[in-house]
Design a protein around this ligand. Structure first.
Ligand code: PBG
Length: 336
């Protein structure tokens, strides 16, 4: 925009564009649409389970037999897709359930593809939901410090991704922030004949306290320690996120994700600016959702207005799509 043009008040009056609702509508640039939203779903073992997640009002852990009905409803609402998380019955040190053709996520994928073959199904590829210690990969010890073993985890991530796709996943979303994870998964998928399956990489994922309710939902709070040796430090400027994104693109990522969204709009904007041709996703995470629900329950804010404003901000910053727990609500609000 050219700010040097001589026009100024009273020749220019910015309020002319705001006076009539019709003009406001005409010049509006961001429009919320359920088709650009992805809804996360939590699938657990058992039958006829619909277990509310206390810290995430409106969300439940559901068993595989409930998934078909859920997906039919989601499809009817015009939501862009779902992101599936599996909560296995049995967790172990290696997260074996995530690699088994009979694991919880594989069962869920088969049920999903049977009920609604067209709905886009993405899976989160990580180990923290599946390990008994709650960390994002296999652990090893070096110089007295126990930590996720990056390179040993890569091969397992590739196996997990292939197993998800074999069971029906349309897209995989690695979220563990391991160095080289996108390349390892791309190679694994290509070797198995899945060259056409896209990877949505959690490229810049911060070690955030906004994940609290999610960790309740999937029971993945690390037994000890935290995720600061692999997730990014919120106190580092966006330049580091640009490096993460560049590396993931070089390894073959198709869609780039920034997570969380609300406190990281600067990162979203800078990534969009630097990589304008790359589809960009933002993850409007559990804590962001639950804060709004809690305040709205108390009557302190308006759920619809605040949720819409937050999602508009994410799109305005540059996100083409948003993973959000509010997807169903938005679908209902926007079709009214
Ligand atoms: C890791 C994963 C996490 C979330 C999505 N994928 C948790 C974490 O990194 O601890 C958090 C999502 C949210 O808070 O909504 N598999």
């Amino acid at each position: 925009m050219d700010f040097d043009t001589p026009s100024s008040f009273p020749t220019t009056r910015m309020r002319r564009l705001r006076y009539l609702p019709a003009v406001r509508a005409l010049v509006q640039e961001v429009k919320l649409s359920a088709s650009k939203l992805i809804l996360p779903l939590f699938v657990c073992s058992g039958t006829q389970v619909r277990k509310p997640i206390v810290s995430m009002p409106g969300h439940e852990q559901i068993s595989v037999d409930q998934l078909g009905a859920e997906l039919l409803q989601i499809q009817a609402l015009g939501i862009g897709g779902v992101l599936l998380f599996g909560i296995p019955h049995k967790k172990d040190a290696k997260g074996c359930d995530s690699l088994s053709s009979d694991g919880i996520i594989q069962q869920a994928l088969r049920a999903a593809k049977k009920a609604t073959p067209e709905i886009l199904v993405i899976t989160d590829v990580c180990f923290c939901e599946y390990t008994d210690h709650g960390h994002c990969g296999v652990l090893s010890e070096s110089s007295g410090q126990t930590d996720v073993d990056n390179d040993a985890t890569l091969e397992l991530l590739a196996r997990q991704a292939v197993s998800h796709v074999e069971a029906g996943a349309d897209m995989v979303a690695p979220s563990g922030m391991m160095d080289g994870m996108v390349g390892a998964i791309r190679k694994g998928l290509d070797h198995s004949g899945y060259q056409h399956v896209p990877i949505m990489s959690y490229a810049a994922k911060y070690a955030s306290s906004f994940y609290g309710p999610f960790r309740d939902a999937v029971e993945s709070t690390p037994g000890s320690g935290d995720r600061r040796t692999h997730q990014m430090d919120p106190a580092v400027a966006a330049g580091q996120a640009l490096r993460e994104v560049a590396l993931d693109l070089a390894e073959g990522a198709d869609i780039i994700m920034i997570k969380p969204a609300l406190a990281y709009l600067d990162v979203i904007a800078q990534v969009k600016d630097r990589f304008p041709g790359v589809p960009l996703a933002a993850y409007n995470v559990s804590g962001e959702y639950s804060m709004v629900q809690a305040a709205a329950e108390r009557g302190w804010i308006d759920e619809q207005e605040v949720t819409s404003e937050m999602l508009i901000a994410m799109h305005r910053a540059g996100a083409n799509l948003v993973v959000t727990y509010a997807a169903k609500n938005v679908a209902r609000w926007t079709t009214q």
